[in-house]
Design a protein around this ligand. Structure first.
Ligand code: SAM
Length: 280
């Protein structure tokens, strides 16, 4: 029986097009169209928005995004086997689905998108964090996207939304919270996917702030945070020794005790330290 959008159920799509999941491409498919519609709704109001989707696979989430009213979906897929299935979706939504075959790490999607732009993807786990970091560190802020709605392994999702003092707190949480707002929107058990991965997953929703919460030079902030967390168990006066000869004074001037460890330092304090270091 056809699904609500007039297209065949995803199990049938997979059987018809021979889309046996490939581990090397991080393929864990979502086959429940109610679930993909629910994920699409987490991306906010899609009417009048272009949506970038990385790794559409057989197109479950793509169908959700189109049914939820996306003006256009630009889908980048590395696995050529998925293209005929995606073409069938395109035929059902004329002019609203553009598929590019290739590696999302090597393709610049911006030439094909018109603002406002949202990003929504059930990401391949092997490239998920790298894409997130790229989207969070564009040359200019605000970025090209208004929001990111992305599937991650639960453990990575927790690192994205982590607060100071927790084990998961680190570079990723600081990078996100400096210029964006992030929350876990949905949690999914392994059985939600075919084949089921070994671990649970979560959808993270990230909204871009118009400007950073505290002023800082992005490169200096990144350097300070990276150094601090590279040796997260060390006191900061030791972990940051190479940053400046008078690092203890600089820490104190930024409201940080030299004996503190990175995982207790807040975003505001890291930004103050980055400004102090940049001042020379
Ligand atoms: N979105 C589909 C779903 O929810 O059922 C598939 C999700 S599956 C976790 C990840 C998808 O990303 C696969 O279709 C895989 O072929 C594709 N993929 C893997 N690496 C990629 C890359 N570097 N660029 C673009 N697509 C990629």
């Amino acid at each position: 029986m056809a699904a609500i959008d007039g297209l065949p159920p995803l199990r049938e799509v997979i059987a018809t097009h021979g889309l046996a999941a490939k581990k090397s491409l991080g393929q864990n498919f979502l086959l429940d169209l109610n679930l993909t519609a629910k994920i699409a709704r987490q991306a906010g109001d899609l009417e009048g928005c272009d949506v970038l989707e990385v790794g559409p696979g057989p197109g479950g989430l793509t169908r959700g995004l189109l049914a939820e009213g996306a003006r256009k979906v630009l889908a980048i897929e590395k696995d050529a086997r998925c293209l005929p299935a995606l073409a069938e979706i395109g035929a059902q939504y004329p002019g609203r689905l553009q598929v590019i075959e290739g590696d999302a790490l090597e393709i610049d999607p911006l030439a094909h998108l018109t603002p406002p732009i949202r990003v929504a993807s059930n990401l391949p786990y092997n490239v998920g964090t790298e894409l997130l970091v790229r989207w969070l560190t564009p040359p200019e802020w605000p970025p090209f996207w208004e929001s990111l709605t992305l599937m991650f392994q639960r453990e990575v999702a927790e690192r994205i939304v982590a607060q100071p003092g927790s084990k998961a707190y680190g570079r990723l949480a600081l990078l996100v919270s400096w210029r964006a707002e992030a929350r876990i929107a949905l949690s999914l058990p392994p059985e939600a996917f075919t084949p089921p991965p070994k671990v649970s997953s979560a959808v993270v929703h990230v909204t871009a702030l118009p400007e950073p919460r505290y002023p800082a030079d992005p490169k200096v902030l990144e350097r300070v945070v990276a150094k601090a967390f590279n040796q997260r168990r060390k006191m900061l006066r030791a972990a940051l020794k190479g940053l400046a000869p008078d690092i203890e004074d600089r820490l104190l001037a930024s409201g940080i005790k030299p004996t503190d460890r990175a995982e207790t330092v807040t975003l505001e304090q890291f930004c103050a330290l980055a400004r102090n270091v940049a001042a020379g």
